[in-house]
Design a protein around this ligand. Sequence first.
Ligand code: ADP
Length: 452
Amino acid sequence: MKNWSIKTRVSLFYCMFLLGIAALMVLFLFLTTDSAAQNISESTLQKAVKEAANGISYYEDHIEIDPDFDFYAKGSNILLYGPKGTPLAGNAPSGFPAQVPLVSDSYQSVKNGEDSWLVYDLLIHHPDASSLWIRGVYPMDNTAAALHFLHRVGLIALPILVLTAMVGGWLVTKRAFAPLEKIRRAAAEISAGDDLSLRIELGQTKDELYDLSVTLNQMIERLQKAFENERQFSSDVSHELRTPITVILSQCDYALEKGHTPEEYQKTLESIQIQGKRMSALCAQLLELSQNFHAANSLQKEEVNLSLLCESICEEMSTAAGKKQIQLESHIQENLIAQVDEIQWMRLMINLISNAIRYGKEHGTIQVFLEDSSASEILLKVQDDGPGIPEEQQDKIFTRFYRADNRQNPGSEGSFGLGLSYVKWIAEAHGGSVTLDSKPGAGSTFTVRLPR
Ligand code: ADP
């Protein structure tokens, strides 16, 4: 039973339920129809006898029967007897025994072979004239036939009705569960073909199964994006590694050829060293990225005084800025408190300011603003007067491994295009956003919005 499908279980439950009800109905029919028929016969017979009594006129010294007196009323034979049981008028049905005692105001069941009757007698007293017996005889054969018919209907029609209802119920259940089967098939297809671009077809009716399909489709879409990101990431990393490895290998081939001067060997080794350093820097950044990724997935949010944090970072970074004769100015509103992950937020600020230093022009100025733009938002702006970023590349620089065409700047040699994607990631993990406003030749401004 545990392995049965919901469809089978629902159908089975429904069938058992219907069978139970049908059995109860048949039982009820058999138990109640006999006594109900007896009651109906009795009251019909009694009514016929009492109406007959009303059709008799009583005078001072005699009784007179109306000329239109009905000796066959409501399916019953009416018989009149004298006070000593002498038959006076009316005919008994054929086969009715002659010697049935007269008992006033009570019912008797009389049988003769296959035939049976219900008998009701009524004694009418007359103070002056003598008394009169009125007897009603109701044939029970009709009732027995009707009962028999009813029982037959109960035994034949009810099972047919139940069977029809069962088949109908099964068809309805099958139809109701059809979308579920579709969902199962789609999921199986996706998993068999590893094709995450497939989606579950949505039905017309917006019921629970429709909602389930929508949710599953959203889940598959997220999985697809995650897988595509992973694939893209691996291909980007191998692409980044390919260039230094090619350079190292070709330099080795060159060095292995004989007959080079010591200066040439020196140059070759230096070139290999540069590429080695580049690979080492990339590995370090990837390691940091993966560690930060795990940390960002479990943000340790706490109340942080962003003003103090920003101030100390600006102070520390002004030394690096000084090496390029860049002036780092900070405009920090005091006591801006927010619920953030301090370490991640520190990385975000350092990334933006170090980019401004790296890509900013010598003898230039970097301005850092921290303020609350509204009651619900804190703004961090890092503005430089460097080369800016070409317009068509501005929306791409937040993508992993993307570097803009402003890398003629000598400081950009060790860059891998990972910093800004990480900044975006942190801002969004805190429910915020990061935007860029830049004009080539007129500097860049990165704005981070953090909801409070
Ligand atoms: P990286 O600096 O390691 O290359 P980022 O993701 O931090 O990676 O930056 C991506 C690209 O955006 C950089 O290569 C650079 O071309 C451009 N960029 C970032 N910040 C600035 C800035 N302040 N001014 C000009 N260009 C910038």
